[in-house]
Design a protein around this ligand. Structure first.
Ligand code: ADP
Ligand code: MG
Length: 328
């Protein structure tokens, strides 16, 4: 039972930054005998934006549904805000907003009716409903659509309306299942900005995607999943630090890069190369201070260089390493 839904969230409360808001301990989910989620363990701190990344069929939706109290785990323990998701689902529902991966079918309603309907389910009084509706419409930039038919909205607007719906009771924790999927680039940017805004409001966000770059620039932590296995999870800075033994090189060549790539691949300290136009990216596993030897070697072999720089491993590098099994 929700009495006052406009509860204070932890805006600006830095003392609680490290508290874990979401926790999974040895969580598994089997569909009959099929293991969709295999022994997941991770924690998400208060105020973090956790990117839950993996290809289709990885187990993202299954995990999110368990967190949203809509599905029971076969094994293990999930908690949100200290509440056990299985034993205290009502408390959990009060503090979460769940956005499923598909839009419901309430299309012959007006926008405000749609929101009012859900606000009523959250047991808000008529005055609170009006206020909450207007707040979430403003936040999602849909104020001018107050009296529009849901049916008439673009896909991007529907997606924002769906997010607006999950915000009606001002939840502290948001579980967003592929909120940007199927959107055009512009609408995707709008959703991204909105998630950033929610983050600034101090909310803890778990957002899934099968497209890494959708999440890369605003997540503070990530979980990488593939075929029911959690390959890595944690704060991006920590994961990057763990992997930072390897230096990424950006080598720009004059002429055909394929010759330079072949030469690079002769060297045992060069692990992996990718190429984008004339820019080759190579993972260098040698001593960071000996990278000049590689440069000398390229020049000796007649490669004509326009650029040779070291770059920090970014999320994309981490993702490639992890999903290719080069990280234990
Ligand atoms: N209700 C279900 N019954 C049986 N298998 C399912 C069911 N839901 C999902 N699966 C299977 O579980 C795996 C994980 O699915 P899902 O959690 O939807 O992954 P994701 O969201 O990462 O694409 C997939 O192989 C999928 O086919
Ligand atoms: Mg899914």
């Amino acid at each position: 039972m929700i009495e006052n839904v406009q509860t204070a969230s932890a805006v600006g409360d830095t003392t609680q930054q490290t508290t874990s808001m979401i926790k999974l301990e040895n969580v598994s989910k089997y569909y009959k005998t099929f293991p969709a989620v295999n022994n997941f363990n991770f924690e998400i701190g208060r105020g973090e934006v956790f990117g839950f990344i993996g290809p289709n069929g990885a187990g993202k939706t299954t995990t999110i549904k368990m967190l949203a109290t809509l599905m029971l785990p076969t094994d293990g323990k999930l908690s949100i805000g200290g509440y056990d998701v299985v034993k205290e689902p009502h408390e959990v529902r009060r503090i979460i907003g769940y956005m499923p991966d598909s839009f419901g079918v309430y299309e012959d309603l007006l926008v405000w009716e749609y929101l009012d309907y859900f606000a009523a389910l959250y047991k808000l009084s008529p005055a609170q409903r009006k206020r909450a509706t207007s707040d979430v419409l403003e936040l999602t930039d849909l104020t001018t659509k107050h009296d529009a038919q849901v049916m008439s909205l673009s896909r991007g607007m529907k997606q924002r309306l769906c997010l607006a719906k999950t915000l009606l009771h001002d939840p502290e924790v948001l579980l967003l299942d592929e909120p940007a999927s199927g959107l055009d680039p512009h609408a995707r940017i709008e959703i991204r900005e909105l998630i950033r805004e929610l983050c600034r409001m101090g909310k803890t966000v778990l957002v899934s995607s099968h497209i890494l770059t959708e999440l890369a620039d605003f997540c503070t932590s990530i979980g990488i999943v593939e075929a029911g296995k959690l390959l890595a999870a944690g704060r991006i800075d920590e994961i990057t630090a763990q992997l930072s033994g390897n230096v990424m090189l950006e080598i720009t060549v004059k002429g055909d890069p394929s010759i330079a790539i072949e030469i690079l691949q002769e060297r045992p300290e060069v692990q992996r190369t990718t190429c984008d136009g004339r820019v080759i990216r190579a993972e260098y596993t040698g001593q960071a201070d000996d990278v000049d030897e590689l440069l000398d070697y390229l020049i000796q072999r007649g490669v004509r260089l326009l650029g040779f720089t070291r770059s920090q491993a970014d999320l994309e590098d981490i993702f490639l390493k992890i999903t290719r099994g080069t990280v234990a």
